[in-house]
Every structure is written in structure tokens, then in C-alpha cells.
Ligand binder design. Structure first.
Ligand SMILES: [Zn+2]
Length: 133
């Protein structure tokens, strides 16, 4: 990965980190605040979880969103540490470069697609819904 690409990834990750921190701050300081649906959301990832969200109360939705944001924040922090360590863009399991198109969509991806699938199989169907990109 070129220094320019790394710098670009770092800037994107820092922007995403600020977004997630803002979400957590909003959801944990207000009373039953609910995030309006993201108009930029492509809707490619969460057709199923949208139905689930409808069935949940606002408070439960808030909890889920905060947990999801915290999880993403964790992954963003890890990705930024990996940039510093010089291992960013390499699969944390097999060490092969992660597809650049995958990183473009998910800058904090830690695994190549193959290993991501294996991880998800191991974890069962408990993967959080994909965040808006
Ligand atoms: Zn891998």
C-alpha cells in the first residue's frame, strides 16, 4: 500500500471515529434519542436488520446502535493502530493483502473476505449489521 493510500485510509478512519464517537455521545447523553435514518444508506446490507429494528422499542434500538457504534469504534481504533504498526491492509489471520475494493468500503476491515467469512461462521449469525458507508 502506498504512503498516499495509507494517509487516505487514516483520514477516513479518523473521520469515521469522530462519527461513531458523536453517535455514542448523542445516544448516551440524551433521553431516548433516536438517530434519523441515514439518507445516504445504500440499503445493501441491512434489509433483514431493518425488520428487526422495527420490532424493537426505541430504547432497545438505542442500545443496539450504541453497541454497534462501540464495536465499530473498536475496529477503527485497531485499524489506526495497524497503520502505525505498518500492518494495515493485511489480513490479521493469513497476512495476505486485503482486497482494495473491500478496504474502500470498509476501511477498518481486518480480515480478507475468506477469513471474514470463516470468522462469521465461527461466531454464528451474531454479526452486527454493516454500518452506513
Ligand atoms: Zn485472510
Amino acid at each position: 500500500m502506498t504512503p498516499e493510500a495509507l494517509q487516505h485510509a487514516r483520514e477516513r478512519l479518523e473521520g469515521m471515529r469522530a462519527e461513531q464517537e458523536a453517535i455514542i455521545a448523542d445516544m448516551t447523553t440524551g433521553e431516548e434519542q433516536v438517530i434519523p435514518s441515514d439518507p445516504h444508506h445504500a440499503g445493501d446490507f441491512s434489509d433483514d436488520s431493518a425488520d428487526d429494528a422495527d420490532a424493537m422499542s426505541d430504547a432497545e434500538t438505542n442500545m443496539a446502535l450504541v453497541e454497534n457504534a462501540r464495536e465499530i469504534l473498536d475496529q477503527i481504533t485497531t485499524a489506526l493502530a495497524r497503520i502505525d504498526a505498518g500492518t494495515y491492509g493485511l489480513c490479521a489471520i493469513c497476512g495476505k493483502p486485503i482486497d482494495e475494493r473491500r478496504l474502500a468500503v470498509l476501511p477498518y476491515a481486518q480480515y480478507c473476505l475468506d477469513d471474514q467469512r470463516k470468522q462469521e461462521e465461527l461466531a454464528g449469525a451474531t454479526t452486527p449489521p454493516a454500518p452506513p458507508v
